[in-house]
Write a protein that binds this ligand. Structure first.
Ligand SMILES: Cc1cc2nc3c(=O)[nH]c(=O)nc-3n(C[C@H](O)[C@H](O)[C@H](O)COP(=O)(O)OP(=O)(O)OC[C@H]3O[C@@H](n4cnc5c(N)ncnc54)[C@H](O)[C@@H]3O)c2cc1C
Length: 485
């Protein structure tokens, strides 16, 4: 069986690793990737040391089912990157990229030892077509491959330009890699950052690492920061589990949001924690002063309460399965809380939270909420929000695209898959394979939730795609998520 893997970021590494782990496979593997930073994808290329991964090692393993894989690779080197509050290493994203490279190279070596040809084509794929009983993959300059299976690992989109500022002097449309983009910002200038999520946090922390002295303002519609990671605890969920969610579906053919909330409530009841107080604290994120909240959250990194930890875990581990089975009105209820939920599911790491708090306290950092617009004015920018008008010399776009956005480099490829009826657009975004020989790994998978896939989610999808290629779709894990880190 000949396989084409399109795109070589974390998802492709997960696929190669899962292929290498299964001795049943035969035939060639061709990987297409135009970027010079093969295996690292968009996030994990060379960048400033201040740009860190967003999760501790157990949640950064690209090997499905082996939560210690990244920690073993890191070994003693982790000590140099310890987050004192979290008590876990948080490495620079560029170092994590080396782990992905090493994992891909080890998998390639294993596959070659087993007699499988592994070819890397440094080109963008522009289309896939049916040819007799096989699939023909075409790359930009005409190189290609004729294969039996295609795995799309093309990643997500780039930030939207909500205010039409592209091309304006002083506007940074995409902040990564920060080493290059922020290096151009004069240290005394006033900087406005559009967004207040994890990318905005990366921008602020990187500006601080560069010794930026000017004022920094986060411009956001909600004015809400992500929550702060809490130290991992040994306790495992007993009620809000993959088995319980699958059982709900078996009973009713659907999964209702209220049932999921009841499972979370049962977890808190079992732990002797107050559910109403927990829910009220979460909702307060929408109105509380963000610096105060950050201070309180930094103070509770070691608090053993399980509510937020279990909710965070469930959002990633059970969310993609449950979301696809929720009735539409329940999905709408969650969409209305999108920003809050995203901030709980993907919190900032304590070391970054401490830097933000220090900048808030010194008065160098502020947040404008209710953002309505940003306009270029007299060589600078004016932003309009709840507190009136603010000015900036430089604007950095830290808006996150929706997870199912089509990556720019994959537009013609996806058009061709749809035209050939090999895949179909999902009504709520992303792509559904319409042929058992086509697989999607990563955020482009159709109908997924609004939370960007974490590394364990991507690793689980990769393992599931390899299982489907080797033994057919029945091998798929019904939850599609690892059950416990
Ligand atoms: C900035 C950022 C930071 C993140 N940090 C974390 C984190 O710390 N922890 C965590 O769990 N998750 C994190 N995530 C989420 C998730 O881990 C990453 O999004 C992950 O890298 C996704 O991997 P991917 O392979 O699906 O996509 P990508 O990493 O984007 O890789 C896709 C690759 O496909 C290639 N490609 C696209 N189109 C084509 C084509 N037509 N032909 C050939 N190749 C193509 C691209 O060049 C790219 O290299 C982060 C996401 C972002 C955006």
């Amino acid at each position: 069986m000949d396989i084409a893997i399109i795109g070589a970021g974390a998802a492709a590494v997960g696929v190669l690793d899962a292929l290498a782990a299964d001795p049943r496979g035969r035939g060639s593997i061709t990987v297409f990737e135009p970027s010079p930073h093969r295996w690292r994808g968009r996030p994990y290329g060379p960048d400033l040391d201040a740009v860190l991964v967003n999760a501790p090692p157990a949640i950064m393993s690209i090997r499905h089912g082996d939560f210690g894989h990244f920690a073993s690779w890191l070994g003693g080197a982790g000590a140099a990157h310890l987050d004192a509050l979290l008590e876990r290493p948080l490495v620079p994203r560029a170092l994590y990229g080396r782990y992905l490279e090493d994992t891909a190279e080890a998998a390639t070596a294993t596959l070659r030892e087993r007699g499988r040809e592994v070819r890397i084509v440094a080109e963008r794929v522009t289309g896939v077509a049916r040819t007799a009983a096989r699939l023909s993959v075409t790359a930009e300059t005409g190189a290609g491959a004729v294969v039996d299976q295609v795995v799309l690992c093309v990643g997500g989109g780039v930030p939207d330009d909500h205010y039409g500022l592209a091309g304006t002097r002083g506007f940074i449309a995409d902040p990564y890699p920060m080493e290059r983009t922020l290096g151009e910002i004069p240290p005394g200038s006033t900087v406005a950052v559009i967004g207040s999520g994890l990318t905005a946090v990366d921008v602020v922390v990187s500006l601080a690492a560069n010794g930026h002295r000017g004022r920094i303002t986060l411009l956001s519609r909600t004015g809400m920061l992500p929550h702060v990671w809490q130290r991992p605890v040994d306790r495992r969920p007993q009620h809000l589990t993959a088995g319980a969610v699958a059982a709900l579906e078996r009973e009713d053919g659907t999964v209702a949001l209220d049932d999921l909330v009841a499972l979370l409530r049962a977890e808190l009841d079992t732990a002797g924690e107050d559910f109403a107080g927990f829910a009220a604290d979460l909702l307060a994120a929408e109105s509380e002063d963000q610096a105060e909240r950050l201070r309180a959250q930094l103070g509770s990194v070691a608090d053993p309460a399980i509510g937020r930890r279990f909710l965070q875990e469930a959002a990633h581990m059970l969310g993609p399965f449950a979301w696809r089975r929720l009735p539409e009105p329940d999905r709408d209820r969650l969409r209305r809380l999108r920003r809050l939920i995203t901030g709980v599911a993907s919190p900032m790491v304590p070391v970054n939270a401490a830097i933000l708090l220090q900048l808030f306290e010194s008065g160098q950092l502020g947040i404008v909420s209710g953002l309505r617009g940003v306009k270029p004015v007299d060589g600078g920018f004016h932003a309009y929000g709840d507190a009136g008008e603010s000015v900036a010399d430089v604007v950095v776009n830290a808006v996150n695209p929706l997870p199912q956005a089509v990556p720019r480099g994959a537009a013609s490829l996806i058009e061709s898959l749809i035209a050939e009826e090999l895949a179909a657009p999902h009504p709520s975004g992303g792509l559904d394979p319409a042929d058992p020989r086509v697989h999607v790994v990563g955020d482009l998978a159709g109908g997924g939730p609004f939370i960007t896939s974490s590394i364990p989610g991507i690793a689980a999808q990769a393992a599931s795609a390899v299982g489907a290629m080797l033994t057919g779709p029945s091998d798929r894990n019904p939850i599609g998520m690892p059950v416990a880190p």
